[in-house]
Design a protein around this ligand. Structure first.
Ligand code: ARG
Ligand code: ZN
Length: 863
């Protein structure tokens, strides 16, 4: 049951070609498969194929039916005994797409047939060697009724179509690129198709096609534009062109994750496809740009070069996240992009590293691989790539990736192959980086330095240490690149003797010392600029440095981070000592500085002026005091609302503008809505609630409408029901917006919110079969920290009961939602006990899925 990395064995058989004939019926789909196989391991007598929930109708070898003594079924496998060297295996199986609520394999939702095969969904469609290192050439023929399924899609090229006499038709697709079965996709249904084109650098015309529901025909522009930009960027930055004549994307409301990079036929959660100004927020637009790019970039990092085994998942995900982050940085503001990426990294991955689920970027074992599509594999994996990029520089890194594609195109490889190509291509030793892949936990980086007035030199000492994580007692040093620059006391940058303003150190041992200068005047360093390594930085001179850098650093990330640390420090002090005033002079000065020129870069100003989230404050506490955090953060919001009341008022009124969708306009909306956030918490709350009501009613875009509604709905003393009802009436035919409507009602930090959550689960628009909708209620509920962590355990109990129910329908989503409990040890004993009780009760449930079982066991500290 436990799969271990060290037990990898290469496949006994190769599958050269696959021919599938699929007859699509919601309750009774027949899948006929014809595999040509070849023995690779001379000592393998039997062929063992993967399959799950398949009803076997017939099986033949080289055209002859196999008698029952020639094959047998064992846990999840079909054994075909005594097979020859080369042979053809044909099977027919029956599956039930409509009953497939797990949304893995072939499923039927919203009257459409769809597939999701990563990681191990293909075995729910037909018997196969369901592992990423078996690459086969696919030919797929889909059959379906012409009226209900006019459109039939699969990977590659459509090579033939035809009509049958019973009102059915068929389409045959051939993928010229051998691929692992996790990249297989098939779609059947009725869609609107939005088309565009892209011309590659070498002059090939690619047809871009977006398949969406009829009602969404006007919401396709952003996705198509993002795709064109991503295609051009990958040519320019990595020299990678697209390789088929068509690029197809299908949108669905019923999807477990964000999207899937199936070869030539991506399938997307509609959240990352559909947008119009009236229906999507600025953040939604950016999410589309980044996920469209992410899936597109997988065509080279994932598809053309794929994985040897699932332990290598970060080989494609870490690298592809890094690529999509850099793409977004090039398309938008680099500084703001980096701040957002680090915010997400810390919120999800640092939290994971500090939880019972801590694991290395390349895990050593798993029970259910779907549980490892984590922030560690994705986001920390991207940071590891970024560190190497920082060391190699743009050109060295490009030389490395060129070599990687040249060597490994068409292969299934390991992380070692990437590191070796980067090292050989750039001529730099990267072997130390493998430890980032094997060691869990967030390293602590301690920095102590001083300026020696006599010599004019700055002495810096760095030390690293990684705390133990479950199952990994011994921690060794990892290579940590530290980007740094120096500033004079007046805030001007100090050049290093070589004339550079910035340099990169590499700390490879447990500690290291450096000397810089001489400088003519005293200097203070800005360390870990751009967050050059995924570590927790502890500066000996934090007090002075944060105040100074929050005002003077010209690295946007470090300036933002310094201000956040000031706010964190203030908040932690007032949580420990609730009597004192929450807004100290330092933070006030830093806010005043940020507010002195807020319009230079409105999006960056909005980042600077945002308070640390409740989650991020909790990460600094032991144990986490949920109520203290909420109370003091609201108090700080109010103090800032009052102290800078005139600034908020001015910003709010000056930034009003008709809708446009360029970067500047988006930044202005964000800053304006932040001004409203503070203004609504000031002494003038009643007046400013009026601003929000008016904004809600008169907004010409969803960003402003939703921001106003959210601020009102989250106010404990405001009855937002009339507006919420209005919102529902307006948008009830837009599932993605109704998801927001569900979430909006769960943000008030009052006990009644639990009851509201219970009611929402009974609402006619709620559905257990649609993961977006389930998350709209349950994730929003868990994000309301005072309510979720209610002292009496009612929040945990409610949440646990919903996971119990969901696990019978959709184990992947249930397991993912259950991960919030893995952080139990960070709370006080009473909370710990209640969280553990809920998990233990869930462990005892009937038909516990492997997905949920593994998360619970690991969370509770078992195997
Ligand atoms: N490879 C996809 C992506 O990174 C994620 C698919 C994960 N699906 C799953 N069931 N684990 O975009
Ligand atoms: Zn991915």
């Amino acid at each position: 049951l436990l799969v271990q990395r060290q037990n990898y064995r290469s496949p006994d058989f190769a599958i050269d070609t696959v021919e599938l004939e699929i007859f699509l019926r919601p309750q009774d789909t027949e899948v006929r498969s014809r595999l040509t196989l070849q023995r690779l391991n001379p000592s393998a007598k039997d062929l063992l194929l993967d399959g799950e929930g398949l009803e076997l109708l017939s099986l033949s070898l080289d055209g002859k039916d196999l008698s029952s003594d020639r094959h047998s079924r064992e846990a999840g496998k079909l054994r075909v005994k005594d097979v020859p060297e080369h042979f053809v295996l044909e099977s027919r199986v029956r599956i039930q797409p409509e009953a497939n609520t797990a949304l893995s394999g072939l499923y039927y939702a919203d009257e459409v047939f769809l597939t999701q095969c990563e990681a191990e969904g293909f075995r729910r469609i037909t018997w196969f060697l369901d592992r990423p290192d078996v690459l086969a050439r696919f030919t797929v023929t889909l059959h379906a009724p012409k009226v209900s399924c006019p459109i039939l899609l699969s990977n590659g090229n459509c090579v033939a179509t035809g009509d049958a006499d019973n009102g059915w038709h068929w389409a045959r697709w051939e993928d010229p690129f051998p691929k692992p079965c996790y990249l297989f996709a098939a779609v059947g249904g009725s869609f609107h198709v939005a088309r565009d084109r892209y011309r590659t650098g070498s002059g090939r015309e690619i047809g871009l096609e977006l398949y969406v529901a009829e009602r969404d025909r006007d919401a396709c522009e952003q996705a198509l534009q993002s795709l064109q930009k991503a295609m051009a960027w990958d040519e320019k930055v990595y020299g990678r062109e697209y390789d088929l004549d068509r690029y197809l994307i299908v949108a669905t409301d019923s999807f477990n994750m964000g999207a899937m990079e199936n070869k030539g036929l991506n399938i997307f959660n509609s959240k990352y496809v559909l947008a119009s100004p009236e229906t999507a927020t600025d953040a939604d637009y950016q999410g589309i740009e980044s996920v469209i790019a992410h899936e597109y970039f997988h065509n080279w990092t994932g598809n053309r070069v794929t994985l040897r085994d699932w332990f290598q998942l970060s080989l494609k995900e870490g690298l592809t996240v890094f690529r999509d982050q850099e793409f977004s940085a090039d398309m938008n503001s680099r500084g703001v992009q980096r701040i957002g990426d680090v915010r997400r990294l810390r919120a999800a991955q640092f939290a994971e590293d500090a939880s019972a689920l801590a694991h290395p970027v390349r895990p050593e074992s798993y029970k259910e691989i779907n549980n490892f599509y984590t922030a560690t594999v994705y986001e920390k994996g991207a940071e590891v790539i970024r560190m190497m990029h920082t060391l190699l520089g743009v050109e060295g890194f490009r030389a490395g990736t060129d070599l990687y594609f040249q060597r490994h195109d068409g292969q299934a490889v390991r992380i070692e192959e990437l590191l070796d190509a980067l090292a050989t291509g750039s001529g730099r030793d990267l072997s130390g980086f493998l430890r980032w892949y094997s060691q869990a936990g967030t390293p602590r980086l301690k920095a102590d330095g001083h300026f020696a007035a006599q010599s004019g030199r700055y002495h810096l000492r760095l030390q690293q240490h990684t705390p133990v994580t479950p199952g990994q007692e011994e921690k060794l040093p990892v290579p940590i690149p530290v980007r740094l620059a120096f500033f004079h006391e007046d805030g001007t940058p100090a050049r290093l003797p070589d004339g550079q303003e910035e340099t990169v150190l590499l700390l490879e041992e447990a500690s290291g010392e450096w000397t810089f200068g001489p400088f003519a005047k005293p200097v203070l360093p800005s360390l870990l600029r751009g967050f050059s390594a995924p570590v927790l930085l502890e500066r000996g001179d934090a007090e002075a440095a944060d105040c100074f850098l929050a005002q003077h650093d010209d690295d946007p990330f470090n300036r933002w981070d310094s201000l956040q640390r000031l706010a964190q420090k203030t908040l932690l002090a007032s949580i420990a000592n609730p009597g004192r005033s929450v807004l100290g002079p330092e933070l006030q000065a830093a806010f005043a500085a940020a507010l002195s020129r807020p319009l230079d870069d409105p999006a960056f100003s909005a980042e600077l002026l945002s308070l640390p989230t409740e989650e991020s404050i909790g990460q600094q506490m032991d144990p986490i005091d949920v109520d203290g955090i909420h109370t003091q953060r609201e108090a700080l919001r109010r103090a800032l609302g009052d102290t800078f009341a005139e600034d908020w008022r001015r910003l709010y009124h000056d930034l009003a503008a008709p809708y446009r969708r360029d970067g500047r306009a988006m930044g202005s909306r964000r800053l304006r809505n932040l001004a409203l956030y503070y203004a609504m918490s000031s002494a003038q709350a009643e007046e400013t609630q009026g601003w929000a009501e008016r904004q809600y009613r008169s907004a010409d875009n969803m960003t402003d409408r939703l921001a106003a509604l959210q601020l009102l709905a989250f106010s404990p003393d405001y009855d937002a029901m009339p507006l919420l009802n209005d919102f529902y009436q307006r948008w009830q035919s837009h599932p993605l917006i109704i998801d927001r409507w569900f979430s909006l009602q769960l943000g008030r930090a009052v006990p009644e919110t639990l009851q509201r959550a219970q009611e929402l689960l009974q609402h006619p628009a709620f559905s257990w079969r649609v993961p977006n909708r389930v998350r709209a209620v349950l994730s929003a509920f868990a994000a309301n920290l005072p309510v979720f962590h209610a002292r009496d355990g009612s929040g945990y109990h409610f949440y646990g009961e919903q996971i119990r129910h969901l696990d019978d329908l959709n184990p992947q989503t249930a397991a993912r939602l259950a991960t919030v409990f893995s952080r139990w040890s960070r709370y006080d004993e009473a909370h710990q006990r209640q969280m553990r009780t809920v998990m233990e009760e869930l462990l005892g449930k009937d038909r516990l899925s492997r997905d949920l079982g593994e998360i619970l066991e690991r969370s509770l500290g078992g195997s």
